[in-house]
Design a protein around this ligand. Structure first.
Ligand code: ADP
Ligand code: MG
Ligand code: MG
Length: 923
């Protein structure tokens, strides 16, 4: 396949837009070359070649592919005036991976390829710098040994440290040429030991092995895990490309440097170059966090000309890509090269700020400003931060690498993080000296990351930011002892399991737990969401049961309450006894008595919801859960009755004992005690308690249901115990009337759950109207209200036309509707078979997380269509958990819904998602 079409592209020729073919890195290297940026000459081997090779790796790289590579190599030789393998003027290259999706650090890069005994001497002659030559060589042997020959990194590290120690060198740069030469010799011997073969000398053999190794890394465990975790499908990225790039050296002396930078600050969004560099170093030194780099601002003092060149590069990148860029650069003896660029991964705060500012700067349009932010990302802005009111002494200061605060128990390696965090569900902070890609599973399990080494662009920082987890990096005061599972900081020490707190916004580390507070809305987020609302058609309401919930939802921009569940109010500790009385009442009078006491409580609840949300609508759902959910458990009752019976015997025995006291030679105090005990455990009192508990047990047994979720609940309950709904309706309408009287604009909406036939609605509606008339008369004015139904039963969808005759609005309860459509009970599904269903591809997603468009969605579409046929202005929304998820929101938009209702903190996400949905529809 690869033999008939071109597989290898010079940077001058590759299509910079085709990331699938060339990978993100390769496509951008082409694009940058073509817009005139200073990129070292090189070429890209396409992802298609990778897939062809991986289909039959035992056959090695096809000869035709290597022919193309050789041809491209010759072109690079021409452009650079150097020769690949030429001892007099050697061309050295890097071999770099890169797929369509950025997978930082997941696959490996080899630098300085082309070095061997002969070219090394040539390189030393050409540069006149033996130290530089040996340094390049030892790096190459180690990288090649690790990546292409599969030798453990530690083998080289240990040997290197030993030589460093013997030379009394503190840092790598302290080693002399002679010592580095020793390192090379030792490394070459190690390769021979571990592979049984000498290190490959032929540059083309090196190149071929390196290309294969990069291809193979696509199927390496690290890369496969990463793709699974981030749901990177073959449609998004299939195979890796290989980039072969002429080496440029940031380690050619004090006029050379290497660094990484963002065109804007990825933590705050500030419009200012942000990054780090190291003088006299090679690229990986920055990323690996081996030396602590300098902030980019310092470059203006150290190399003013280069600072200007860098500022120009930044401008060109942003103007071309119209997006914040994350780029790598190297300065070789006063020449600036750009080695990579990609769209910057930023936290939510930075994304929002840059969106707003780039619009203000005229760089992008509002639509793009909205579309460049994935709605889910905004959740980050709702992350907690340290309570500013708490005064606490930090024990260490690191770099604020990823904002947000978190407390948790300290763990010192990724496996423990996984055990304690994932499996035992504890909140853990992963504490490491530095992190590596193989620690990734620890990140997933951790609430925050703390490292004692490395900068803001170290692995830990980059990955944590990507995940939106707090990270403090390079807290140098901390020394980690993985073996003993503890860390020391000054005189203190903390062990695994001890709680620590990190603040990724300030870089501070604390021992113990510190209170956190909810973040505030930034002004930019307000602006952005304002734009979103202007584009969106769907309105975003919130699910809120309490005034506090409602207030928060409102702050997040909810324009009403789409679902207020009344059961939470019933479950309040002070009310539950009254609720129970209502349930166990033997006569209608008894029941009414309990309801009369509940009425003012409910009225007050509703009134405060109305007040908080005024003038927006508040939708209150009448009581929904099976009523026995409010009663104690039958088994518990049985046990209690048995205990009381035993106590009854005991009480009688105590009476006997007290009477017999005279016969015993007991002391006075003891007699006194027995008497007191007898009075305390009065048999009559115990009997009364038993009678009460037995009555309760009878009731519980009476109300027992084999299948409560499909049983006596929702409107069924409202119809069999009409007094309950009547009380609730009265409370709603009276609360509204009270508000109206006080001049507060209210729009109450009454919503009936579990409806499956219009008859049910008609019956409830009749009683609502009666109460409405009564309330209107009492308050001297009617309150307007809307009456509607949940749609959460399949039959309700099928009968949408007749339901629409009785309802002013439909509100899809997609949790129940999903259960009903699949005939899955959620708990059983999620605990037993769904994981397997998902793994084996029977179902793509968990339908309780991701709205099932084809089944549940189809029912919704039918219900909307049929309902509006009868009532064209029927108001339709969704209030299931799905209502806060971008993909489901897109569906709701397409299905013609009027609103979505979701939990408060999801409201900003939903507002942005609603805008995305509208913008997508327009395209
Ligand atoms: P990653 O995807 O892990 O960032 P890269 O392929 O970008 O891997 O390379 C790792 C490091 O090596 C980076 O710092 C990069 O800038 C540096 N590097 C890669 N190719 C060259 C080259 N031709 N000359 C100098 N440095 C290079
Ligand atoms: Mg890489
Ligand atoms: Mg890179």
């Amino acid at each position: 396949m690869a033999t008939t079409t071109q597989s290898v592209f010079a940077f001058e020729d590759g299509d910079g837009k085709d990331k699938q073919l060339l990978g993100g890195k390769g496509a951008n290297l082409c694009e940058m070359t073509q817009i005139g940026l200073n990129v070292p000459p090189g070429f890209v081997i396409a992802t298609t070649a990778c897939l062809d090779y991986l289909a039959a790796p035992e056959q090695g790289l096809p000869a035709a592919l290597m022919e193309e590579v050789r041809a491209q190599m010759r072109a690079v030789e021409e452009k650079t005036g150097k020769g690949f393998g030429d001892p007099d003027n050697p061309l050295l290259v890097s071999v770099r991976s890169g797929s369509a999706m950025s997978m930082p650090g997941m696959m490996d890069t080899i630098l300085n390829l082309g070095l061997n005994a002969a070219t090394l001497q040539g390189e030393i002659r050409a540069t006149g710098d033996a130290r530089f030559g040996y340094d390049a060589y030892r790096r190459f042997i180690q990288l090649f040994g690790k990546v292409a020959l599969g030798i453990d990194d530690a083998v080289f590290d240990t040997a290197f440290e030993a030589i460093k120690r013997a030379a009394h060198a503190r840092q790598d740069v302290d080693l002399s040429a002679r010592e580095l030469e020793q390192v090379c010799e030792r490394f070459l011997a190690l390769v021979r030991e571990h592979t049984g073969q000498p290190f490959p000398e032929d540059p083309y053999q090196q190149l071929e092995l390196a290309i294969q190794a990069v291809f193979n890394s696509w199927q390496g465990k690290r890369a496969v895990d990463y793709r699974r975790q981030f749901h990177i499908t073959p449609e998004m990225a299939n195979g890796t490309a290989v980039n072969v790039v002429t080496m440029v050296f940031g380690n050619r002396g004090e006029d050379s440097a290497t660094g990484v930078a963002f065109t804007r600050n990825p933590g705050t969004g500030e419009n200012r170059l942000y990054g780090e560099y190291l003088v006299n170093a090679q690229g990986e030194d920055v990323v690996a966090g081996i030396r602590t780099p300098k902030p980019i601002d310092r470059l203006a003092d150290e190399m003013p000309e280069m600072a200007t060149a860098l500022a120009e590069l930044r401008d060109k990148l942003e103007r071309h890509y119209r997006e914040v860029q994350d780029f790598e650069f190297t300065i070789e003896r006063g020449q600036l090269y750009c080695l990579q660029t990609r769209n910057g991964k930023m936290n939510a705060t930075a994304m929002v700020r840059t969106s707003v500012e780039m619009v203000e700067e005229g760089l992008i349009e509002r639509e793009r400003a909205l579309l460049r932010i994935a709605p889910d990302l905004l959740e980050q802005m709702l992350f907690p931060r340290l309570d500013p009111g708490v005064v606490a002494e930090s024990v260490a200061q690191g770099l604020p690498a990823s904002p947000g605060a978190a407390s948790g128990i300290a763990v010192f390696d990724a496996d423990r993080a996984e055990q304690l965090g994932r499996e035992q569900g504890l909140k853990v902070i992963l504490v490491r000296e530095e992190t590596k890609p193989e620690d990734i599973h620890g990140f997933f399990a951790a609430a925050g990351i703390l490292t004692s080494r490395g900068g803001k662009t170290s692995h830990a920082a980059v990955v944590a930011r990507g995940m939106g987890k707090p990270c403090v990096a390079g807290a140098e005061g901390i020394s980690v002892d993985v073996e003993r599972r503890e860390a020391r900081v000054g005189l203190t020490r903390f062990r695994e399991g001890e709680i620590i707190t990190i603040d990724g916004t300030s870089g501070k580390v604390y021992i113990g737990a510190i209170a956190t507070v909810e973040p505030e809305f930034t002004a930019e987020l307000g602006t952005l969401l304002g734009w979103a609302d202007a584009h969106a058609r769907l309105r975003v309401l919130a699910n809120a049961d309490t005034p506090d919930d409602a207030r928060r939802a409102r702050r997040y921009g909810a324009v009403g309450i789409g679902l207020a569940r009344t059961e939470r109010m019933f479950n309040d500790v002070e009310r539950l006894p009254i609720v129970i009385e209502m349930i166990v009442a033997e006569t209608p009078e008894q029941r009414q008595d309990a309801l009369d006491r509940l009425l003012p409580l409910q009225r007050a609840d509703f009134q405060s919801l109305f007040e908080v949300m005024s003038p927006n609508p508040v939708t209150i759902r009448l009581l929904d859960p099976p009523i026995h959910e409010f009663l104690p458990d039958a088994q518990v009752l049985e046990r209690e009755i048995a205990d009381l019976r035993a106590l009854e015997c005991g009480a009688r025995g105590l009476g006997v004992l007290a009477g017999a006291m005279g016969l015993l030679h007991a002391e006075d105090t003891l007699r006194h005690e027995v008497d007191r005990a007898r009075r305390l455990v009065e048999p009559a009192l115990v009997e009364e308690a038993i009678a009460k508990k037995e009555a309760m047990l009878r009731k519980v047994r009476l109300l027992y249901e084999t299948n409560p979720m499909l049983g006596h609940r929702g409107v069924r309950l409202g119809i069999t115990f009409p007094e309950i709904y009547q009380m609730q309706v009265r409370a709603i309408l009276e609360a509204a009337a009270e508000c109206a009287k006080a001049g507060i604009e209210v729009h109450p909406q009454i919503k009936v759950p579990q409806v499956c036939t219009a008859q049910e609605l008609r019956m409830v509606r009749a009683s609502v109207e009666t109460i409405h008339a009564e309330v209107a008369e009492r308050y001297g004015a009617p309150v307007a209200f809307r009456f509607g139904t949940m749609i959460e039963v399949v039959r309700a969808c099928m009968r949408a036309e007749s339901l629409a005759e009785e309802a002013d609005f439909f509100s899809f309860g997609t949790n129940d509707l999903t259960q009903a459509t699949f005939s899955f009970s959620r708990e059983d599904a999620e605990n037993k078979f769904l994981p397997l269903y998902n793994q084996s591809g029977i179902l793509q997603d968990n339908p309780f997380d991701v709205l099932d468009r084809k089944g549940v969605g189809k029912l919704m579409e039918l219900a909307v269509e049929w309902g509006r046929r009868v009532k064209p202005n029927l108001h339709v929304g969704i209030c299931g958990e799905h209502g806060g998820h971008p993909d489901s929101i897109a569906f709701c938009h397409q299905a013609g819904l009027d609103y979505v209702s979701c939990s408060g903190p999801r409201v900003p996400v939903a507002r942005l998602a609603a805008a995305h949905a509208a913008l997508a529809g327009r395209q």
